[in-house]
Design a protein around this ligand. Sequence first.
Ligand code: SF4
Ligand code: SF4
Length: 214
Amino acid sequence: MIRSITQAKPEEEIDELLSGFGRVFIVGCGTCVTLTHTGGEPEVKAMAEKLSKKGKLTTGHVLLPVACDNLTGEAVKEYAGQIGQADVLLIMTCAFGVQTVARQVNKMVVPALDTLFIGKETGLGQFDEICTQCGTCVLGETGGICPVTSCHKGLVNGPCGGTNNGKCEIDEAKDCAWTLIYERLKALDRLGSMRKLQKPRNHQGEPSPGKFTL
Ligand code: SF4
Ligand code: SF4
């Protein structure tokens, strides 16, 4: 399952962002941030308690089923009263959820989390980034293993030379991505793919702000 991976912002940063606001409505999400324990029900309740100890009044809270979904508008309407009493919304979701909620309310929103990457759960409580949406996908030449996210240096033209017994020179607990790619291509009898020179990254392939029209 693909998830938006987040981590809590430092408490001082949240305090700073909330300074001057006395009444807060808290929003959590029942999907990715519940799985990563950064914005689920327990974290939302703990945040409400923490804010209360700091002299803030929580006018209410809600755990949206999927904060980044368009249906969020309907859910937000149900809490219009409590949201209306608040000076600010503290959003414990990924940045997609924060932006989705922000479009539905006429109030300042404060993110309580930093969004790190879109990741896949690879083990219990462990998430790996699998794609940065680089705009120039090379999976066709690497046997389906992404070097941009799997190699610590994001190299797309072979290994850096620091590989040690198949492990990465930056993190010896991690397999060298290019060793994995080599082994995979060898098994598929496609080692010739490694000889193909990938052109310098085309940053026009990932325009910012990103837009796509059919
Ligand atoms: S090369 Fe990697 S980061 Fe780039 S699009 Fe393909 S999978 Fe995503
Ligand atoms: S050792 Fe392998 S994974 Fe690590 S930076 Fe070098 S090429 Fe990339």
